[in-house]
Design a protein around this ligand. Structure first.
Ligand SMILES: Nc1ncnc2c1ncn2[C@@H]1O[C@H](COP(=O)(O)OP(=O)(O)OP(=O)(O)O)[C@@H](O)[C@H]1O
Ligand SMILES: [Mg+2]
Length: 329
């Protein structure tokens, strides 16, 4: 048995919301289970507010679970020694949605990239300039002299995101968590960044966790990898990209796929959209009982779907789904 690089085990994340007397805990992730293997591309898809960023931040150790564990190479990250946790934080890097907010505006690109190299002794004061230049070349910012002494605001959104990627790979991580990395980037430049991420994953032998609300992008970047679909703080389906697209099992996944545009407009028009019970999305702070999709699901069965949450079951090898259509009670 190969050990997963990262294993998320029955994880729940809670935030405090409201003020003073009305203060309460809101559970935004509930019983999350995922395994990510070395070198694989793993996509996480779901609509806005479903908890994707929260899960990404939990995996890199920015949020501490209220329940469950996050294991890195078999070790619970929250019971690691200070040294081990520091090493873990280095090995699992995150790229955020907004490259402008994540790059210090008063530092030059050289300063931004030299900092991690020097901190982790991957460069010396003598060769740091050359190492920064190599990093810039690696992410396609050439010639490096044109970028090194600029400030983030002097670069385009796409160039800034390339700097964030350079900073993340500077420490030679084993895994990259990319959270909507192209959503703030001009449409014409998105494919370039996606290709760069895919190439770096391959060259550096990293795992890539790619987070997006856009299944079309995911289909592109996660080719050959696996996808997990999230709905209101729960994972509802996990499968290989090919399986998920050919044979989506969960009604929510079917809905996401039906909404994808096809190159041929005739195909798009002839696609059968399942009829939703309701178009309203319930609040994550107050999810419906039972299966969280039950208020919208076209296959809703009263007394079944609104009672207990469906268990995650493996319908075919590697294809998991949490839906009462496939589970026995
Ligand atoms: N630090 C926080 N404190 C309180 N609530 C939070 C916090 N972070 C996220 N939330 C809430 O948790 C829920 C999930 O948020 P999250 O950002 O993980 O969703 P998402 O799937 O990444 O959405 P998007 O596609 O819009 O980025 C939302 O209801 C959000 O308001
Ligand atoms: Mg998000």
């Amino acid at each position: 048995m190969v050990q997963p690089l990262v294993k998320v085990e029955h994880v729940a994340i809670e935030f405090r919301s409201g003020r003073f007397l009305s203060r309460r805990r809101v559970r935004v992730l509930d019983d999350i289970n995922v395994e990510i293997y070395e070198g694989e591309t793993f996509g996480l898809v779901g609509e806005s507010g479903s908890g994707k960023t929260t899960l990404g931040k939990t995996i890199v150790g920015l949020y501490r679970p209220a329940e469950g564990r996050v294991l890195y190479r078999g070790k619970d990250i929250w019971s690691m020694s200070k040294e081990e946790f520091r090493e873990f934080r280095k090995q699992v890097q995150m790229i955020h949605q907004d490259p402008y907010a994540s790059l210090n505006p008063v530092h030059t690109i050289f300063r931004i990239l030299s900092k991690p190299l020097l901190k982790y002794k991957l460069a010396t004061p003598d060769d740091v300039e050359e190492k920064v230049a190599q990093l810039l070349k690696r992410v396609g910012l050439t010639p490096p002299e044109d970028f090194m002494y600029k400030y983030p605001h002097q670069l385009s959104g796409g160039q800034r995101q390339r700097v964030s990627i350079a900073r993340a790979i500077a420490v030679r991580p084993k895994m990259l968590v990319a959270d909507e990395p192209v959503s703030m980037v001009d449409v014409s430049l998105r494919v370039g960044i996606l290709k760069l991420l895919a190439r770096l994953r391959e060259e550096l032998g990293m795992s890539l966790l790619y987070i997006t609300h856009d299944l079309a992008t995911l289909r592109y970047i996660a080719k050959g990898g696996r996808i997990a679909v999230m709905y209101l703080g729960k994972i509802v389906e996990i499968a290989s990209v090919e399986e998920l697209i050919e044979k989506p099992l969960h009604p929510y996944t079917q809905l996401l796929l039906a909404a994808l545009p096809e190159p041929d407009p005739k195909v798009t028009r002839s696609k059968k959209l399942p009829k939703l019970r309701s178009i309203d999305i319930p609040s994550i702070a107050n999810p419906p009982p039972g299966c969280r999709f039950n208020t919208r699901c076209p296959y809703y069965k009263a007394g079944l779907c609104d009672r207990e949450p469906p268990p995650m079951i493996e319908v075919e090898k590697g294809h998991w789904v949490a839906c009462w259509l496939y589970a026995k009670r």
